[in-house]
Write a protein that binds this ligand. Sequence first.
Ligand code: GLA
Length: 676
Amino acid sequence: MGLRYGGDYNPEQWAEEVWADDIRLMKEAGVNFVTVGVFSWALLEPADGVFEFGWLDRVLDLLHSAGIRVDLATATASPPPWLTTAHPEMLPEDELGITRWPGSRQQYSPTSPAYREHAARLVRRMAERYGSHPALDMWHINNEYGCHTNLDYSDNAAVAFRVWLSNRYGSIEALNAAWGTIFWSQRYSSFEEILPPRIAPNFRNPTQLLDFHRFSSNALLECFLLEKAIVREYSPDIPVTTNFIGAFKPVDYWSWAPHLDVISDDNYADPLDPDSPMKAAFSRDLMRSLGGGKPWLLMEQATSHVQWRPTNGRKATGEMQALSLQAVARGADGINFFQWRQSTSGAEKFHSSMVPHSGTDTRIWRSVVELGSQLAALSSVQGAAVPARVALVLDWESWWAIEAGAMPQTLDYLATLETWYKALYELNVPVDFVHPSADLSAYEVVFAPQLYLLPDEIGSRLASYVDGGGTLVLTYFSGIADENDHAHLGGYLGALREVVGVRIEEFAPLPLDNTPHSEVHVSGDRFGDFTGTIWSEFVTAVTAETLAKFSGGDLDGLPAVTKNSFGHGAAWYVATQPEPAAVAAIVDTVLASVGVRPEFAGAGLEAVRRGDALFLINHRSSPAVTTISGTDLLTGRTHAGFTLQPHGVAVVDLAPQAQTTHPSPARDRKVESEVH
Ligand code: GLA
């Protein structure tokens, strides 16, 4: 069916006369895939055990007759008022014990037996009825798990947390050892005494917090698996997905991804954030990586503005298409929106949609139609891979631990990852994300910023990777603790100390107040002089070569950037947060050291190769000129050098047959853009 194109379709919000118009417009825009039923529990089951499927039957039949495939949602993301009234104990509570009441959505405790039982019953009835419907293309389980309700501290959670802990540790003695409860008189005599880490007089036990994150992510996964097992019974061959939300802290998507047949993502790039193309690319690469390189789906995005930021900027003309094609470039086999027709009531009536309040004689509708035809022209990229030789470690457990409080510094793990990702993004070097225990043999270089938790087993795997010829780049606050968040003694870095060839003696975090004291000076021939922020530390180079040194103050002359040869590979260590230009210089030097050079280096243009297609994307508001030649798959036209308008995109055909008939881009692959 080509690349999937469509969005969330909520026909229940409209009179049935409107539906025929919906279908007509969907055909006009090239829509071939819609998500139906996401928030329809109250309509599908208006009273306990009473099901009304007539309207959904008519919707699915109508879509089928128009040849539009359906991603059918299980509708369990917003339990109806009759259910929460009958079972008020199913409502979630925050760490202060405050209830999250009905009246919005996601008003359920993921571990509530009443919620799970009623959700399972609804899903079974839906699967029985629609499991072999000819329009069914995919099952869409729930919606954005954990988006609003992720850490639930209710009594449901307390009961389930105890069960989870007893399965993990086997005995209360093992839990006491892992949690270090000898500290502050926290020793437990039985699992019955354990509570979720509710608000307490002072810092809560860090291992309890870490386990609560692990447990909470898993509790949501259990909900997903419960529903998935039911739909599988009725439609064993229909793929199952649930929509992820980029790098979303509460849910460890590495543990979820193997259970999804198709990875899908919701991405709401902020048009007012100059870094939004980079941040969107980050999410796209993460989604591809979660699926092990398989194509994924952009399940939701906005045609223009959202309604949930304090100020909701609009997308510039062309920006929506540029971001959509960026997703295709980075492995998406479908582009979808929230939502098809803009609601007239409710909390999302000011969220843009495919059919806006103002109708189809609009900038937004024209952009929707244009994207439909662009996607139709790109069917040849469907299924193609996006190969990468560089990896970036994203470790949810380190993220949780680092940001749990009682740490040497207030760190923002995601922001740190983005600083390193950004340098790679700007060089147009493809990046995969990896779990710290992943098989790294495909990668020449692995960046692992702030890999705080380093269990011995993972440390040994990373050591073998370097020993075997890999290049590992670690930053400050890596290898600090084991899986229970107990500190590695003797200079930190655990099983990687010899590999990195340094000892960390003492941390020296910097004020975060933008005063002169918030910066540390670094000098080094390799990268020039630069400033560091956030962190500095007393490092001793044992076997490592010092490439840049702290200058001034107590740290004067101590290593700030080191490189250690180990086995057939090398480990780099960066002891501060370098300013962006220095991050870029370090990244470039590391890549050069292993011969990874950007194939399409360019000044400000995004260039991504997917299969035989080279996507050139100009995210800026001024035109750009390149020396790349070839045929544009979007237009069928051949260019000797592409000029890209603001937010313009070209998809250059690199297929061998195109190369014989047209000037070869392989001969001149520089994206030397000039901005006018
Ligand atoms: C999320 C939800 C949608 C909608 C959009 C609005 O992605 O899944 O139902 O609320 O946000 O941006």
